[in-house]
Design a protein around this ligand. Sequence first.
Ligand code: PGA
Length: 254
Amino acid sequence: MNSKRLIIGNWKMNPITLVEARKIARRIKRVAPDLTKAEAVICPPSPFIAGCSPKKAIKNFHIGAQMVSYEESSGPFTGEVSAPMLRGLGCEYVIVGHSEQRKQGDTDAIVSKRMKAVLDAGMVAVVCVGEAARDEGGIYLEDLKNQVKNSFMDIPKKYVGDIVIAYEPIWAIGAKEAMPPEQVYEMSLFVKKVFSDVFGVDNGLKVKVLYGGSVNFRNAVLIITVGKVDGLLVGRESVNVSGFVELLKAVDAV
Ligand code: PGA
């Protein structure tokens, strides 16, 4: 992985039609080649991935998925989409462990299996972690530490270069405001420290940690510069295409 800032758009279950999806993708494809310090990844809903995938590689533009099965490449698994299928559609990144999936039953063990499937298929796993709420006694730090440790425990070290961590405090997702950038800095260091406990200090220093939760074109620069994160995982603002384009340009300029 290179050292560019990774700006990942998690479109969630948006937009409704392929026509709209392609329109958003086209705008981002036009802007991406001019970026110098950042690169864009869009993660459309699965049915739109093929339609948004570029025919030829575009500089600083990548496609990702929001979900993946942990099962083998094919078989009797109704409704599931395998990692090799996503890879075949041009996906280079897959989000795993998003809190909206954890809410539907994904445990750390399941997240780990999904991550393994993504890595085995040669893609980058964007692994979401984050506390549900904060408490004065700091129990949330312990919970976060366990979440990181349990999610990565069974992942072979050879894959460490293909892992990106998205720190997303759940209380800041879909909220009015993002986490203050000073706290983003503290928390990204904490996540790197726990990652080093699993994979060693060198890898802890190298791993990309992104921030996610109510990021928009107005707050993105401070989150990057003061929060000192390696990129952003963007929800709502990623389907507000003008805002996302502004965000990309702003993050590229600092
Ligand atoms: P948000 O979502 O930017 O709309 O808060 C972020 C996410 O869920 O990844």
